[in-house]
Design a protein around this ligand. Sequence first.
Ligand code: ZN
Length: 476
Amino acid sequence: MIEAFDNDWFDAGQLYKRWLSGHAPWFPSLPRDDTPAWYRDLPIGVRWYAWMEHRSFDRWYPHFVAYDGFVPLVKEIQQQGVRVIPYMNYRLWDTKWRTEKEREEFERIGRPSAVKDRRGHIFTEKYNSLFVVMCPAAAGYQQKMRGELERVAGYGVDGLYLDQVSAGRALPCFDPGHGHALGGGDNWLEHGFWKYLARFREELKRSHPDLIFEVEDMAEPYAHLADGFLANRSFVIDPGARRLPLFPSIYAGRVQFTGRNVSYEDPQEAYFHKLGEMLVQGEQIGPTTLLVTLGDEKRKAFLKALAHTRHALLPYFNAGEMARPLELEGVPTVSADWGYYGPRILDSPAVLNGVWKRGDSLAVVFVNVTAEAVATDVPLAAAVREIRAEAPALYRCEGASDQSAAEPLDARAQPPLRLEPYGVAVWMIDERSLDAEARGRVEAMARTLREVRAHGACLRAAASAAPAATNSMSSG
Ligand SMILES: [Zn+2]
């Protein structure tokens, strides 16, 4: 696709999106009607590793058998209202085995199904063990995986996380027994995942209608096969490069994004930057290693505030589209070490924002990711031009108890936004006279932000006890 245009990354993405919607078989519908509502509405994601009988990670694939006691534990967790999505791998076969049966299965299915190079040699990759990479077009491996998916779904879990699908590189394969062109590349999608995973997804969803599929990282040819992309390391860029929400500006709502890598090693402030970015970009908030959050009152309060705000924004995230983010002037730039295999110093504005469009209404979400209050003018004129409201009005949901959601303000000359430390606000732009549905949405947002602010007391206390020391700030 080649088309001349004169603007920036956002417009380039929108041109591509227009092409996708008419031409790409992998471009999902909006709203995404083959994804269960519970998953689209999920405020926070929990994924479970090391649930297998050996309780280790990156060993013994592709044998996914739960330890004794896993099934009742899953049920108990679900009874608390928490969804369980166990980890699986859909690309590798371990070269070590625990039993004679596993050795025999490797020789009978694993080795013949492996990717072969020009000379017929198998292809290996090293993680915690040495693995053979499977050719997705090999029927033997696919039948093996069909059985594994069926078994794990039968444990009563809510979804299946399939590691390396969408993240692992596609390898050309020269095995004449697999039924694809030799070295032609069609083994990966056309004769591989598009054929088998598409079918398995359909079959398993028939017997488990609420089951979802998540895959690792974000690669668009898998969008129709996955309900969620683990956007784990979408921030892994060179220091100094600018992070742009290009992918969600095209795919948000059509596939869920399940958040960034948040780990023990991250310094304090990166937690707030990562979670803030997840919210404004419409992602599910998480994954974080549970203890990273649960051991810290300030993190818990922030996570909770963001989860509730996300919940109120779901009509925009799941049935709306991302519009161009605002350029806020005079907001300080803050640096933080985002981690992930070594120091990774990245810059962010202290106040992050996302603009979401649903029909002829807009929701602009703001998050202060720092321990200091920030005030900023908000240039709305360009955003308002995105919609065709006859008499656009602004509804400022900032959590003030004396602020009425029903009182519209002038969208062109509004007073500046003031956000307290780690504060959240949502500005909604809609008609001055709202219909019942839009009024309900605005009032729900105002109520949510009031509750978020009321319960943010421990965030404010923590921020005043430990002021700017947690962030290095500079004018930007
Ligand atoms: Zn092959």
